[in-house]
Design a protein. Structure first.
Length: 175
């Protein structure tokens, strides 16, 4: 497992409870029509992204199937490190890690989007930096690949080549 020096992180994974505390409990007291009035709110988009991550984690078997590794022994985890000012390292977080028995590691990025997700030059740079931070902090010696799990796949473009494999929302519900 990675990040032995880090502390445990607990995550509430009940979808309705998360939704209730974020959008109903207090907001409804302020405005009975809050949801209709704020449908394109940044907070709602953030909640959609976090909920999509939870759906992906709960469907890790389907992710493995879509990657063609369903019969292989794996370990599924997430990873986060805080900034290290002494070593001049920024913090980083990886949504899902699939460590395979054949010693390959998928660094999975989950992206909720209303259309195909496009990787920009800045985002490609961030992905490369995150991979380097992961290797540095964990002292990893295994090969790493980027896997994207998205709602509607990745768009085409020159920065798409950083992605080794992709899984779509349809794959998550293909039993």
């Amino acid at each position: 497992m990675f990040g032995r020096e880090s502390t445990m992180v607990y995550r509430l994974v009940d979808f309705y409870t998360l939704f209730y505390f974020k959008f109903i409990a207090e907001k409804h007291k302020l405005d009975e029509q809050w949801w209709s009035h704020h449908i394109d709110d940044v907070g709602i988009r953030s909640w959609q992204g976090l909920s999509f991550e939870l759906v992906c984690m709960q469907h890790h078997r389907q992710v493995k199937k879509a990657l063609g590794i369903s019969g292989m022994a794996t370990t599924i985890s997430t990873w986060k490190c805080n900034p290290d000012p002494e070593k001049h390292l920024p913090g980083a977080q990886i949504d899902m890690i699939i460590e395979r028995a054949d010693r390959m590691i998928h660094l999975c990025e989950m992206k909720f989007s209303q259309k195909a997700y496009n990787i920009t030059a800045d985002y490609e740079k961030k992905l490369r930096e995150r991979m380097w931070i992961f290797d540095t902090k964990t002292k990893n010696k295994k090969p790493l690949v980027h896997t994207f799990v998205t709602t509607f796949g990745l768009g085409e473009g020159k920065h798409h080549s950083i992605v080794h494999s992709e899984v779509t929302m349809d794959d998550l519900f293909n039993f």
